[in-house]
Design a protein around this ligand. Sequence first.
Ligand code: TRP
Length: 462
Amino acid sequence: MEIPRTSIHGEWSSRLAFILAATGSAVGLGNIWRFPYITGENGGGAFVIVYLVCVLAIGVPIMMAEIMLGRRGRQSPMNTMASLAHDEGRSKLWKGLGWWGVLGGFMILSFYSVVAGWTLAYVFRMGSGMFTNATADGVGSIFGQFVSDPERLLAWHTIFMVMTIIVVSRGVKSGLEKAVRYLMPMLFIMLIGMVFYAMNTGYFGNAISYLFEPDFSKLSAEVILTAMGQAFFSLSLGMGAIMIYGSYLPKQTSIGRTTFIVAGMDTLVAILSGLAIFPIVFAYGLQPEQSVGLVFKTLPIAFGQMPGGLLFGTLFFVLLSFAAWTSAISLLEPAVTWLVENHGMNRVMASAWSGLAAWLLGVVALLSLNIWSDHTLFGKNAFDLMEFATTNIMLPLGGLMIALFAGWMMRHESTMDELHIQDRLHLGYRLWQFLVRFIAPLAVLFIFLNVTGVLDWLANIL
Ligand code: TRP
């Protein structure tokens, strides 16, 4: 048996600290901004069901695998994969999985920071009373004007990226724990409050049936791919963020139970967010397909109407900005640990350089929403392209490789040791093995092949 490694970057102070940090990473714009708008674009109920199935059957086992790899390697994703491949006597090429993740993380952080900038801007817009008694049309056009103004977007994107760099440069452990411990529950309570408000719009039933009554005729290969991508995105899987957080996890913590808590909270927040937003959509006669603007075009209407809305609305966007912040730092952390380990950079420089790189790419994303909106590839502007490529392709592929490594490349002794399993016939262990060996990889592969039409083509020639 190998000597257990320790991380040069430190360790979480407790299991709770890890749960808070991982939940901080998972719960973010993905739940409150992306989940509702993607659900709206993909027709509701059937999409939501496929998403939930993906979270359980693919997301949970892969999250366990990713935490496990991180804790066993205790380094940046590249060095973790290199060490583990060495331990298990596997090809050095597995290191590439770490690279793949860091690349994906950069691309996600770039557009993520742009949208997080919108939430920051909306803190001030809510607070200034801009939306008081505003109509749905008014709120919609305010958002339209905002996104077409590159200077504003640039300013907010820059502020958010600097905020992210500052936290990462001080080490993700200091401060994060406190921020998440108090702000996450507050965000949660605010969301529940919004759901109660939405219940009184008279359109809550419509939202329930929209979200939970599946119309399977709306499912297509692409809708299923999008649901799977959303599961990866929302759970922060497939690019080493959860791996690096796992690398700070104390040895005695149970990975299985921890994963269920994090995945459960993440999913709950997404569903609550849908329940808060869609009643407003229907009550004001809006279409569910509002693309990236959905949250920004709906919640301000409600805040503008309700008593105390100025205060609640401002607070809501403050909390959402925090949620985005705690997610963004997990996107930057893998690259930073690598620069520290391999290039002897100190944390501050490493954070600044990697943050700058993501900022630059973010500038491209934000310009593609206005000045460069005519430049498209496959009918998508740069922003959409980055979002699509990372979420629907890079994360599932990264997750697939993580599942294959954990399921097939690692010896039973290694995985059993990490998962604290004594008996190889342990039911939970066997179920997990079955999921990471077969179900998760085959599901990802099947969904990919379906979208690219390979399956149709095969069916035709057979
Ligand atoms: N999960 C976060 C959200 O829902 C975003 C995020 C943070 C992420 N780290 C990630 C997405 C790693 C994919 C991979 O907002």
